[in-house]
Write a protein that binds this ligand. Structure first.
Ligand SMILES: [Zn+2]
Ligand SMILES: [Zn+2]
Length: 299
């Protein structure tokens, strides 16, 4: 960093005061990002999301109400700049890995044409748009839709590698994402330091990181089920690529498909969609007649 020489006296006082002022442009960026986060999410509200379904406290009654009302998930009502920054960084990491796989012709999925707005499936990088023949530079990779329409489940995997019979999931691991997603995992690596109190030992955390986070594994099992049974894709495993934000080191893991894992979730989705058709709310599966925090919101 360039050192800056500041003379004493009035100039120094002014300089110190100026550096104490919050930068207005920085504030404007934060406002812009939070406003964007408050706006329409682009995430369909009238479907069951695999990321919700695999949570241990997924409430069927709350899911029923959300489907009926198309209500936003409560998480989205309190945006936070750091979290939005974590999300944005995650998207950039996705783009990077997907781009490498596209260049290698190893990625299948939906392709979106920026010229005519059509989306079509192709098993490798298309030469041109199949609808309007626009140059391949107009095409962006639009990932792998995983929909079970009769069960109103809607999701998207990060990629599909046809030669490997594998779905692809791309993850970032960093202090920010762990704080939001797995605080208990991070806590295991906290060490007491004399000078700064508790600090995470990130070197050890990364060294010990030998399998994807369990929430990610559960989600990807459901993705594989949807891919096989509803999207007609040959899938027998999921390949994870992890980017460690602190050092840019990477790891990859494979998770084999297990049919039985998702069966109870699929049965639950059947019950919920039947209840929507009959317009009768199912009981709360988390806390019985009393109800849980999620479904009580809809009282
Ligand atoms: Zn086109
Ligand atoms: Zn409930």
């Amino acid at each position: 960093m360039a050192s800056r020489v500041v003379k004493g006296g009035f100039a120094l006082t002014q300089y110190l005061n100026a550096s104490k002022q919050p930068e207005p442009l920085f504030g404007d960026i934060q406002k812009h990002v939070l406003e964007k986060a408050m706006g329409p999410s682009g995430r369909a509200q009238d479907v069951l999301h695999p990321s919700e379904m695999v949570k241990p406290d997924w409430c069927h009654r709350a899911a029923f109400h959300r489907l009926r009302l198309g209500a936003e998930h409560p998480d989205r009502q309190k945006p936070n700049f750091t979290r939005e920054n974590v999300f944005a960084e995650g998207h950039r990491t996705h783009d990077k890995w997907q781009q490498w796989l596209v260049e290698m012709n190893r990625l299948a999925g939906d392709w979106h044409c920026l010229n005519c707005d059509e989306t079509f499936w192709w098993d490798e990088r298309p030469e041109q748009c199949h609808a309007c023949a626009a140059n391949r530079r107009c095409l962006e990779y639009a990932e792998v839709p995983l929909n079970a329409h009769p069960l109103r489940i809607g999701g998207k995997a990060d990629g599909y590698a046809p030669r490997e019979n594998a779905l692809i999931e791309i993850k970032t691991l960093g202090l920010g994402s762990l704080r939001f997603e797995r605080p208990e995992f991070l806590a295991r690596y906290e060490v007491e330091t004399e000078e700064f109190g508790k600090l995470p030992d990130l070197t050890r955390l990364w060294r010990d990181f030998r399998r994807p986070l369990s929430s990610a594994v559960r989600q990807t099992q459901l993705y594989m089920y949807l891919a096989k049974h509803f999207e007609d894709l040959e899938v027998d495993r999921c390949i994870f690529f992890y980017d460690f934000k602190n050092t840019q080191e990477t790891k990859s893991f494979t998770v084999a498909y297990s049919e039985s894992f998702s069966e109870p979730l699929i049965e639950a989705a059947e019950i919920i969609t039947d209840c929507v058709l009959a317009d009768v709310a199912p009981l709360c599966n988390v806390n019985g007649r009393v109800g849980c925090a999620s479904c009580l919101e809809f009282k």
